[in-house]
Design a protein around this ligand. Structure first.
Ligand code: ATP
Ligand code: MG
Length: 578
């Protein structure tokens, strides 16, 4: 490809709304343009890299035994009603109407469509296992589309769905996808960390997210240096808080004391009260399916909403309003407590975090504005309906499996493997006849890769001050030939043309920078776009019978003209093999 023939609108400065480096580089390197918030056009170079990521995904999915299909983006809403997700996923669903005013959905994911296909086409255990995948556009009405392709309204996903005869067989399918993902991201030049992930309302043990460590990531992962434990913060557990929970009873009964104006854990922890946060019980009230529930945590802990949702069996809950709280307790938020003798509505269910088991000498709200209770003994004074792990792990706590201190870092989720079980196959009738002739729901798994997000994650991980450092496998072109004089009869340009033709004929992807621009401009652009190899041809080196080869991010090596072709071929092959 000739530079002047394609479109590479590089920019000196990124538009102001590009917040993170990879988003800036996508725009500055002329790979992507925004049409509207979360909606983008891929320019020629961006598309080439995207196609390469897709191809790697396709090859590894095929290798793992999955078969490619292509499902429609347009979906009828009734199948979402059948699965129960028309309501639960309503926040992300894009809805459109046809000329007869009928509603359609733009698919955010395809469990419904594929499960119905399996219901219609798979009848016997003899047809299983099956794993169908597609690389297709998804639509999600994200509340906050941002960071370019990282969180878009329209994006490309590889989604795969496995169908098996049993749990054990489904486990094999799951492992194949896990292994395929490991290869896919490695081939894209990405360092990823697979982490245990929240299984949400579905429950179960098997869910892993593939994370790219990055400060700009929207997820937090908990890990320890042994490499034997890594989990999403939503899922992570530990041996417990570093400061032990008080366990000594300081009084025979809870004692009410005045705390005028004190409505936060911090205020009670300060003078004149000096009740450390870990000696307090935090009382949170939520509304779950129209009913109030209480969640108790240690004062220095945070409620982990994913864990709470898993325990409640639904992700649709919200914090109660001040009015709802006042009505239910007689006090305002900040003065709440769950001590049984102070409660006017004992029917409200109480969940308590495991860390509070055996806690004594605690302080909590008295359900009366301006008062707290001290000498509270959890098991003596509070009726707990359900104990559960509800807290968010903190850095420094010890790992349950290795005993080492846990660390927390931010990361980008690029892929997700999930054992679904029979939720969808039961609801949508994906049943098969087993060997004994019994009708059974297929055991499913689902596996997603954000293809466009992965592309941007590569840029987020591979860059320097000058621009992108593309791994050879996903670079838009492998080699950029830069003649400094582009006049057709110039010997440098002639040599550039010859090299270009020879490399192209050997299957190397080459872009020839045939622009009549100053060398500085050309070099800057080549670095910004980040082609892995640059061959520059200038008067000076030509006079010595040489050209210059420069790997992106490396130094310049003069090479004899006749050695240029084998040298470039060698470098391309070498980095492809890596
Ligand atoms: P997130 O937690 O980031 O919203 P998710 O859990 O909703 O992601 P999945 O439904 O598991 O995502 O989708 C599979 C993959 O699709 C994700 O791992 C991610 O890489 C990608 N993805 C999800 N939402 C978006 C989006 N709005 N823009 C770009 N990629 C996305
Ligand atoms: Mg996910």
């Amino acid at each position: 490809m000739r530079w002047t023939q394609t479109l590479i609108p590089t920019l000196r400065e990124a538009p102001a709304d590009a917040e993170i480096l990879s988003h800036k580089l996508l725009l500055r390197a002329g790979l992507l343009r925004k049409l509207a918030g979360g909606v983008y056009t891929f320019l020629p170079l961006g598309l080439r890299s995207l196609r390469k990521v897709e191809q790697i995904v396709r090859e590894e999915m095929d290798r793992a035994g999955a078969v490619e299909v292509l499902m429609p983006a347009l979906q009828p809403p009734d199948i979402w009603q059948q699965s129960g997700r028309y309501e639960s996923a309503r926040d992300v669903l894009f809805k459109v109407r046809d000329s007869a005013n009928r509603e359609w959905l733009l698919g955010p994911t395809h469990e419904e469509v594929i499960t119905l296909l399996a219901a219609a086409e798979i009848n016997s255990y003899r047809q299983l296992p099956k794993n169908f995948y597609q690389i297709q556009v998804k639509f999600r009405d994200e509340i906050r589309p941002r960071f370019g392709l990282m969180r878009a309204r329209e994006f490309i996903m590889k989604d795969a769905y496995s169908f098996d005869v049993s749990d054990e067989a489904a486990q094999v399918s799951y492992q194949k996808m896990y292994d395929a993902y490991t290869r896919i991201f490695a081939r894209c030049g990405l360092k990823t960390l697979p982490v245990e992930a929240d299984t949400g309302v579905i429950g179960g043990k098997f869910s892993h997210e593939f994370m790219v460590p990055a400060e700009t990531g929207e997820n937090e992962v908990v890990y320890c240096d042994t490499g034997n434990y890594a989990a999403n913060l939503e899922k992570a557990t530990s041996q417990g808080p570093i400061t032990p929970t008080p366990a000594v009873s300081a009084g025979a009964a809870p004692e009410r004391f005045p705390t005028p104006g004190v409505v936060t854990i911090e205020a009670l922890a300060s003078a004149p009260y000096n009740v450390a946060a870990h000696q307090q019980i935090k009382t949170l009230i939520h509304v779950v399916e129209g009913k109030l529930v209480i969640a108790l945590l240690r004062g220095d802990d945070q409620l982990n909403e994913a864990k709470f949702a898993g325990r409640l069996g639904t992700a649709t809950f919200r914090a109660a309003t001040a009015e709802e709280i006042l009505e239910a307790t007689g006090a305002h938020p900040g003065s709440l407590g769950a001590v049984t003798s102070t409660r006017t509505k004992p029917e409200i269910k109480v969940f308590a975090d495991e860390v509070l088991r055996g806690a004594r000498g605690m302080t909590t709200g008295a359900n009366e504005d301006g008062f707290h209770l001290r000498h509270v003994d959890m098991e003596r004074d509070i009726r707990v309906d359900e104990w559960a792990d509800l807290r968010t792990v903190r850095a420094g706590e010890l790992c349950v499996s290795t005993g080492q201190p846990l660390k927390i870092r931010r990361a980008i989720e690029v892929g997700h493997v999930f054992k679904l079980g029979t939720k969808y196959s039961e609801k949508l009738g994906a049943l098969f006849l087993d060997e004994a002739g019994a009708r059974k729901p297929a055991v499913m798994g689902c596996y997603g890769i954000g293809v466009t997000r992965t592309l941007q994650a590569v840029i987020e991980q591979c860059n320097d001050k000058d621009g992108i450092l593309w791994p050879m496998s996903v670079a838009p072109y492998q080699v950029c030939i830069t003649p400094l004089n582009v006049a057709a009869d110039n010997p440098g340009m002639k040599l550039a043309e010859t090299l270009y033709a020879e490399l192209t004929a050997r299957g190397v992807e080459v872009i020839l920078d045939d622009r009549d621009e100053r060398p500085g401009v050309k070099f800057k652009d080549a670095d910004l776009v980040g082609f892995p190899l640059r061959v520059s041809i200038g008067e000076k080196s030509l006079a010595k019978g040489e050209v210059e080869i420069k790997p992106r991010g490396g130094g310049v090596t003069p090479v004899k003209i006749e050695d240029a072709l084998p040298r470039v071929l060698g470098l391309v092959q070498e980095s492809e093999a890596r």
